[in-house]
Design a protein around this ligand. Structure first.
Ligand code: NDP
Ligand code: HSE
Length: 460
């Protein structure tokens, strides 16, 4: 693997007088800034391409050249991109992590990513990462390490791919008070729901299509069960409210129970179903939730189609802000990573760092019992007399007020009275406590006429 010796961050550490020079913003404009890449998959390979193809332009913008100093992955033999110099490839992740001025972590996962990022920070490197799982779990430890080591940690690509959202929360809105962020932060699930809505596809068919198009991974669990969006919600909530929020604080529901019936019923009411990540700071504390929601079809988030992402931010002084763009994919995500690399490189040239991540507030987490909404619950029932009475009594017993009920009418040409056939029954409630609603649904599910899992959708 080729090495670039004596570059700026290393000199800052090894040589006090050079560090002084760097702090004053004076630098040797010929000295390359070493960029080490951990991971050269979907995103990493595109970052490498841009670093190579736009080398001269990047140097102009930064004032010093960027040079890829090493690229680590598990199996360097199988990496074959025309723009990648094979002599840079290695399986030695630790070497790359500790011999860079900017370490770009694009491996994903918790370990060894966490240890390698911490090693890089300790070695004096700044870190750029797209790893939302890592930051949602270990963000505070990593932010603290960056602060203590006097280096940068940047992660624009971790939420919303190409969309500039982290920077606005971290810098542009630093003087405002953000009160909520509502986001479509997972492209795979938005694509699936959009295909179900616009083409009438069933969930399984739409999922296979998403996989064929490369949006969903071979194991799509993290996307469809809501964990990917939940990781992003944790990161956004921490930045928006200046308080630590981890993945363990986020409640999540995915979209696996959403059927073509749910979509059709929503469409009939001029609504669409979207998987939302919702973070709020209100009187009950900070909440971070991911759930499928019914939103009016004239809401700006309803027009976010395909694999696009969007975030709707409310801040006290700024009022409403909306961010929209490609939330995934190698090239769009590489755009955000490159923005971070240039920012961090400019800081190195200036002998400075960007703003640290401020999590000085230790706000309480809002309990689930404080969550209130109107809900639409779809049950599949085996039709027979008395079902409506039993279900409405259960809702009444829990003091949950019903706003409407509908059951699809099936033709009964021979008038059997009832046939024991499977029917969809949908109950829409008035606003109520989520905890109570769930207890009510659990009780309804104890009846022997309920078949399978109900779907629970929140009205926005
Ligand atoms: P890929 O799976 O395509 O690539 C991962 C790369 O990391 C591969 O080169 C792989 O090497 C390497 N790698 C993984 N684990 C190890 C390990 N233990 N040791 C050494 N190398 C390892 O991932 P993506 O490019 O899709 O994602 C990278 C990061 O970007 C993730 O954190 C992801 O969440 C994030 N992200 C991805 C987006 C996307 O659209 N893909 C969008 C936004 C963020 P090998 O192939 O040899 O195993
Ligand atoms: N799997 C994510 C999505 C992309 O579908 O949006 C990475 O954040």
């Amino acid at each position: 693997m080729g090495q670039v010796e004596g570059s700026s961050r290393q000199q800052t550490q090894d040589d006090g007088s050079e560090a002084e020079v760097l702090r004053k913003g004076i630098h040797n404009s010929a000295t390359p800034i070493r960029v080490g890449l951990l991971g050269v998959g979907t995103v990493g390979s595109e970052v490498a391409r841009i670093l190579v193809e736009q080398k001269d332009e990047l140097q102009q913008r930064i004032g010093q050249p960027l040079e890829i100093s090493g690229i680590a992955c598990r199996d360097p033999e199988k990496v074959d991109f025309p723009w990648i110099d094979k002599s840079l490839l290695t399986a030695d992740t630790k070497y790359v992590a500790t011999h860079s001025d900017i370490l770009v972590e694009l491996m994903g996962g918790l370990e060894p990513a966490r240890s390698l990022v911490l090693k890089a920070l300790d070695s004096g490197a700044s870190v750029v990462t797209a790893n939302k799982a890592l930051l949602a779990k270990h963000g505070p430890q990593i932010y603290r390490a960056a602060e203590e080591d006097g280096v940068d940690i940047y992660f624009e690509a971790a939420v919303g791919g190409a969309i500039p959202l982290i920077r606005p929360l971290r810098e542009s809105l630093a003087g405002d008070r953000v009160t909520s962020v509502l986001g479509i932060l997972n492209g795979t699930t938005n694509y699936i729901l959009d295909e179900m809505t616009t083409k009438g596809l069933d969930f399984d068919v739409a999922l296979k299509d998403a996989q064929a198009k490369g949006y969903a991974e071979a194991d799509p669990t993290g996307d469809i069960e809501g964990e990917d969006a939940a990781n992003k919600a944790a990161i956004v909530a921490s930045l928006a409210f200046h308080t630590p929020v981890s993945i363990d604080d986020v409640t999540m529901e995915g979209i696996t129970n959403i059927t073509a019936d749910d979509i059709a019923l929503a469409t009939a009411e001029h609504k669409v179903i979207k998987l939302l990540a919702v973070v709020r700071d209100d009187k009950d504390g900070v909440s971070a939730r991911v759930y499928p929601a019914l939103i009016p079809d004239d809401h700006p988030l309803a027009s976010v189609h395909g694999s696009y992402n969007a975030a709707f931010v409310h801040a006290q002084a700024a009022d409403d802000l909306m961010f929209y763009g490609r939330g995934a994919g190698g090239t769009p995500t590489a755009s955000a990573v490159m923005g971070d690399i240039v920012t961090v490189a400019r800081h190195i040239v200036q002998g400075a760092t960007g703003p640290q991540i401020s999590t000085y507030q230790k706000l309480p987490k809002a309990p689930l019992s404080s969550s209130h909404a109107a809900f639409a619950v779809r049950f599949c029932i085996c039709d027979r007399p008395g079902i409506l009475a039993a279900i409405s009594k259960t809702f009444a017993d829990h003091n949950v007020s019903i706003n409407g009920i509908n059951q699809d009418l099936k033709p009964t040409p021979h008038d059997p009275g009832y046939s024991g056939e499977l029917q969809t029954l949908r109950v829409v409630t008035h606003r109520c406590s989520e905890t109570t609603l769930r207890e009510t649904v659990d009780d309804v599910c104890k009846f022997d006429f309920v078949v399978g899992e109900p779907s629970i959708l929140r009205e926005m």
